[in-house]
Unconditional design. Structure first.
Length: 142
């Protein structure tokens, strides 16, 4: 149940031979991503459970379960900023009522990320996914 942009990312990762190339690609994605304005980097948008500083600002287009989910994010660590970009590819444009059905662990596993992230980074990704799911569930209920 991945988005078209995530499918494109998965195809790109198939052509990258080793983890170092994939790691560099994730960092490049983070560099290319639009950042989150500093004024929005506040406690309400901060993601707890990450070793790095991480902020996610949801953007919901519409109302109810058919509203579309999007977000902007920021981190003080380049690899985490890249992981935010990966999650953006996974979730951007998904209906809020469907966000909770996305198996992030399986989808990120297709990229080989589960095998190569430190325990702290993996916990941070889980915290970001949980924040995304929570926000989407709240939006779907409204």
């Amino acid at each position: 149940m991945a988005t078209e942009s995530f499918e494109e990312l998965a195809e790109t990762f198939e052509f990258l031979d080793d983890w170092e190339d994939r790691y560099r690609h994730v960092i490049d994605m983070g560099r290319a991503m639009d950042g989150l304005d500093e004024a929005l980097q506040v406690p309400a948008t901060k993601v707890d459970g990450c070793a790095s500083q991480v902020w996610i600002m949801p953007q919901i287009d519409g109302q109810g379960p058919d509203a579309r989910f999007d977000f902007k994010g920021e981190s003080d660590a380049m690899i985490v900023r890249g992981l935010i970009a990966v999650l953006h590819a996974l979730y951007s444009g998904v209906r809020v009522g469907e966000v909770g059905k996305v198996d992030a662990v399986a989808e990120l596993g297709r990229l080989g990320l589960n095998d190569h992230l430190s325990a702290q980074r993996s916990n941070g990704v889980r915290a970001m996914v949980e924040r995304i799911r929570t926000v989407a569930a709240e939006a779907a209920a409204s």
